[in-house]
Design a protein around this ligand. Structure first.
Ligand code: CO
Length: 290
């Protein structure tokens, strides 16, 4: 059976937003233009060498019902949470946090000569897992070794399996079966990756000029590329090359009720979350670490 190449359904230019205590960033999922891409709820791109754009950071705040994935491209983010984790995520490091029933944390970009750059993605949890124990994965750069593929692409597999299952990322076993591949395409190279039919798939182009899909649609970063259905994603590099995150996951098809950092299925569950915060019942469990 021949494989269907996924065409480009939509190219979204990120919206500038100010988040946290005053961090300037580019948001492409979780906006008026694109509320969500089931099961992806939010995608933020922070990148600046001007401390005024990022130093205010994201002071202590709660999450419930989602997973947050933070990819640091450049610079350092100090992290601390209410359950005892504390550390620094630096260039190439990734933090994968399952908020489950509740976690409080802060994320503070450090002022450094190289500034800061990275992505944060929110992944929804299925209804049956929204109130599970928080779980925390630190994925340091040395666990995410870059591999050069035959087509010339340099890839880091973060989640799932890739390139005909020859490579496997450290994050596995999640309900929505995410596939996250961090791809750098030097000029003149190409990348091809299978994505299960029916799964939502997008590429976020941090920078550069790339061509996507069977029509070789040109995309200049920063931009979000949403794919239609099919079996395989095809990308090639234009003259300057570029970098993107390929993300795919099984959609949940469940109702979404969101209020700031909480994403539940019903309004009543959001009300309960706010009540839990007021009455000191928000933090329920110690997180599990990997
Ligand atoms: Co947060």
């Amino acid at each position: 059976m021949s494989q269907l190449s996924r065409s480009v359904a939509q190219v979204v230019t990120p919206d500038p937003v100010v988040e946290g205590a005053g961090v300037h960033l580019q948001r492409s999922i979780g906006t008026r233009k694109l509320d969500h891409l089931d099961p992806f709820l939010l995608l933020d791109h922070f990148e600046s060498i001007n401390p005024g754009d990022y130093k205010a950071g994201f002071p202590y705040h709660p999450h419930r019902g989602i997973e947050t994935v933070t990819i640091v491209r450049r610079g350092e983010v100090q992290h601390e949470d209410s359950l005892g984790h504390r550390g620094t995520i630096g260039t190439g490091d990734i933090q994968w946090m399952t908020s489950g029933s509740g976690i409080m944390h802060e994320e503070m970009p450090q002022v450094r000569p190289e500034g800061i750059a990275g992505l944060q993605l929110w992944l929804n949890l299925p209804a049956r897992e929204k109130m599970t124990r928080p779980k925390y994965r630190d994925l340091p750069a040395d666990r995410l070794v870059e591999t050069k593929l035959d087509g010339g692409a340099n890839v880091r597999i973060i989640a799932g399996e890739a390139t005909s299952q020859r490579l496997r990322g450290p994050v596995e076993g999640l309900a929505v079966a995410p596939k996250f591949v961090d791809v750098t395409l030097p000029p003149g190279t190409a990348f091809r990756e299978t994505v299960p039919r029916g799964h939502t798939a997008f590429a976020y182009v941090d920078q550069g000029d790339l061509r996507f899909g069977p029509d070789r649609t040109p995309v200049h970063g920063p931009a979000l590329v949403v794919f239609g259905d099919g079996d395989v994603v095809e990308v090639s590099a234009a003259a300057g090359g570029g970098r993107f995150l390929l993300a795919a996951a099984r959609p949940l098809h469940e109702p979404i009720s969101r209020y700031g950092p909480f994403v539940m299925n019903t309004r009543a569950e959001i009300e309960q979350t706010l009540e839990d915060l007021r009455t000191g019942h928000f933090i329920r469990d110690e997180p599990r670490d990997e």
